[in-house]
Design a protein around this ligand. Structure first.
Ligand code: GLN
Ligand code: ZN
Length: 762
């Protein structure tokens, strides 16, 4: 019978209550045996499959589950492990697998980096020109058989495709790309044949690099690779899966010799649909339509999506040629809304996490197979739920909406130019050359965390907690003065997290109990939900900053998180534009900046560590994003007086694509991470002729090591060969909240001494 099928691309690993994370961490800590650990994760893995089956998903993935990261799994599958971990074993022991990811006593971990434009981080495979890949063990086959034998599920094995795998790997020269690929392809073929012989019908081959800009050569590589795979595995259906954007070169990609192509109709809706209309879709292939948002948390607009699917049905060769799926793996969303009993029902009813999204896919498939009438009730319910939130007070803050409407298109601008401000501020602050400062947070010791827990559990009164925070602040103001730092901070002892802290004090945010997503390894984050109009209710940081300032004659920097970072580290409503949400947050922060200025805080740092993270994958979308980001930042900061000094901070080191935007923020001072990648950064700022205040991190705060005076001096001296000493600041790479006091204090003493010595040499 010709039917539309529902298909999942990948299911979250972490479990409804983070059971996976707990098992991993217990195993790493030696608290459970390897056998117990493996039994626990097997049980979890099977429970996820059962759940998907119960929801009614037709094509259930295997191979998506991982003990750490799916890119690492794929690398290990092909024996692509760094030399320093390679003991020549045929099968890679579990201990080695975790060592590659986390480091061991003998060897450093592999690098990790962001998976495309998500907040998920994968382990970068390290290979060399000489690497000879081999199959360590066919884990996909084991997982396929497990699903089949234990649950009777004929699953769809999922694997990172050969081109994406190699493109994401590092350590080889470009002219070895093809030879390495030629070594990998027969191994993929062998794995696929074993799967076919075991009864697999489909395999899903993830090639997300297809949404990046592709050269003619790249396209040739894809053509050759997929021709080889096709010829090597007759009879097994190959699903070429893309996500996160529309594919580049659609008309070439649809010609590849595969049985199905997965396209993202959420993040690449317009462009993919446009291509489909222009070039059609091959009648002999399956279109796996990613129509349910795999990256965000909102219910699908079923009526609209049903319409889209009907349209798509018109392009394919029959119902059996259409799959309905999430736009990407559901790795990027929390597991289920079910346990969020404490949420406002109007919000809760508008949410859809992994389990609910799969149910939506199943519903839509049913509608296409049995007729719209069969799902009329679900469509109606989804419409009502979304409308209720839309019509609620949360999304109808008249004041905020009016302010938003009155924003002009011109960039908000400081009253005076940087040159003028520089003079005025030099007179006002009387800082030495090469002033020293820190990035904001001081150690969050066990006592600080305990104090917050005591407050949360009601064991401490608000007063007692506030007094504790004050005492901690006073202690660290004194420490900073004693060390001889020039610009002080209050230390952020009141904050648990730099986004959550503000979210809890602003209107428009909500917090869940269990909506965790994997960030890397066992590390999970629980992003706030920006679900309504964002609004400032009362001062959020003034009390702490003003108190710190009252204790010292030295300037204390106020400390806020910027609009773009708050956005990028949250799940965000999708009914209004990104720019509108940026600006709502910016308008709220503007009020906070104003309140700080009124309280006579004359230096204000607005952190934007996530500005680069939100950069779109497509070249043509980057400028628009950066414009909107700069606009929002300036909206929040540029109205201040010339003698108020605006700082920002970004803790990363790739500035090539954003240096113009950084300059356009028009901050008086930017502090950035530099200790680990000095040369590159300096040249980016030098080539650009950056002419505003800049602090290059001289101290890598990610390591417990205490850097020496000479080491920090050498960083500063190198930078001063090209940067103007009048603009130069000396500071660590980032905040010190993860460091211990006994690491922080000596390191800062060395930093101040380094500054003193470099000053003398000027
Ligand atoms: N002000 C913050 C801190 O010092 C900045 C953190 C960050 O950049 N991630 O912790
Ligand atoms: Zn930082």
């Amino acid at each position: 019978m010709a039917e539309v099928l529902s298909s999942n691309l990948g299911y979250p690993r972490i479990g409804e209550k983070r059971e996976w994370k707990k098992a991993l961490e217990q195993f790493w800590a030696g608290k459970i045996s390897k056998d117990d650990f493996l039994a626990t994760v097997k049980e979890l893995r099977l429970s996820y499959l059962k759940k998907q089956k119960a929801i009614g998903v037709n094509l259930i993935p295997v191979g998506d589950f991982s003990l750490y990261d799916h890119v690492l799994d794929t690398a290990v599958l092909f024996g692509l492990i760094p030399d320093r971990f390679n003991k020549g074993e045929k099968k890679i022991p579990l201990e080695t697998y975790f060592s590659i990811a986390r480091g061991s006593k003998e060897a450093e971990a592999s690098e990790m980096t962001k998976w495309f434009n998500t907040n998920y981080h994968y382990i970068v495979p390290e290979i060399s020109n000489q690497t000879k890949p081999f199959i360590t063990e066919n884990r996909l086959l084991a997982l396929f058989n497990e699903a089949k034998n234990e649950l009777g599920i004929i699953a769809k094995p999922v694997i990172v495709g050969p081109v994406t795998l190699l493109k994401l790997s590092k350590g080889y020269d470009q002219d070895h790309f093809k030879p390495l690929l030629e070594l990998l392809i027969p191994l993929y073929i062998q794995i696929f044949n074993e799967l076919k012989n075991a009864g697999a019908e489909w395999v899903q081959i993830d090639e997300p690099v297809l949404v990046r800009t592709l050269s003619d050569e790249d396209l040739d590589v894809f053509r050759e690779t997929y021709r080889s795979l096709r010829n090597g595995v007759p009879g097994l259906k190959l699903l070429l899966q893309t996500y996160f954007e529309a594919v580049d070169a659609y008309e070439e990609i649809i010609k590849l010799p595969v049985d199905g192509i997965g396209l993202d109709f959420v993040y690449g809706r317009e462009a993919n649909l446009g291509s489909l209309q222009t070039f059609g879709f091959p009648k002999d292939k399956v279109l796996a339509a990613g129509v349910i948002d795999g990256r965000n948390i909102w219910k699908t607009d079923l009526a609209d999506t049903f319409g889209l699917l009907q349209k798509l049905l018109g392009y394919v060769g029959g119902k059996e040629k259409l799959f309905i799926s999430p736009s990407s793996s559901l790795l990027h969303v929390p597991v289920t809304v079910r346990n969020e009993e404490a949420l406002d029902p109007v919000l809760k009813d508008a949410l859809s996490f992994a389990d609910e999204k799969l149910a939506e896919a199943v519903t839509l498939a049913k509608g296409l197979n049995a007729g719209k009438a069969a799902i009329e009730a679900e469509i109606e319910k989804s419409r009502e739920d979304q409308q209720a939130l839309q019509q609620s007070d949360h999304r109808n803050n008249k004041d905020v909406q009016k302010e938003l409407r009155h924003l002009g298109s011109e960039l908000p601008t400081r009253p005076g130019s940087f040159k003028l401000r520089q003079q005025i501020q030099a007179d006002a602050f009387q800082l030495p050359v090469l002033p020293t400062t820190t990035i904001g947070s001081f150690p969050q010791t066990p006592e600080v965390r305990q104090a917050r827990r005591n407050l949360r559990k009601g064991e401490w009164s608000e007063e007692r907690y506030n007094q504790f925070v004050k005492d901690e602040t006073a202690k660290w103001i004194k420490i900073q003065e004693d060390i001889g730092i020039d610009v002080l901070v209050h230390g952020e002892f009141e904050r648990n997290d730099m986004v959550e802290y503000f979210g809890e004090k602003l209107a428009g945010f909500a917090f869940t109990r269990f909506a965790w997503v994997q960030s890397y390894g066992s590390r999970c984050v629980k992003p706030p939900l920006i679900f309504g109009d964002v609004d400032w209710k009362k001062p959020m940081t003034v009390k702490e900053s003003a108190y710190a300032q009252s204790l010292t004659k030295l300037p204390v920097k106020g400390m806020l998180t910027g609009p773009v970072t708050i956005y990028n580290w949250s799940f965000v409503r999708n009914d209004i534009s990104q720019a509108d949400v940026f600006n709502q947050i910016a308008l709220a922060l503007k009020k906070e900046v104003h309140a700080l200025e009124e309280a006579d805080i004359r230096m204000i740092q607005v952190d934007e560590p996530a500005l680069r993270e939100g950069l779109p994958l497509k070249e043509e979308k980057k400028a628009g994003y950066l414009h909107d980001a700069v606009y929002a930042f300036r909206l929040a900061t540029s109205f201040v007086n010339n003698d108020t000094q605006i700082h920002t901070h970004m803790c990363y080191s790739e500035f090539d694509e954003i240096i113009e935007a950084i300059d356009a923020l028009d901050t008086d001072v930017i502090s950035i991470e530099a200790a680990r990648s000095h040369g590159e950064i300096i040249s980016t700022f030098e080539d650009f002729k950056y002419k505003k205040g800049i602090g290059l991190g001289v101290y890598d705060i990610h390591s417990p090591r205490i850097p020496s005076v000479d080491e920090m001096k050498s960083y500063a001296e190198r930078a001063l060969q090209v940067l103007d000493p009048k603009l130069f600041w000396i500071n660590p790479d980032c905040g010190l909240k993860t460091r211990k006091p006994e690491e922080t204090i000596p390191a800062l003493k060395n930093m101040v001494e380094a500054a003193r010595e470099v000053r003398e040499e000027l």
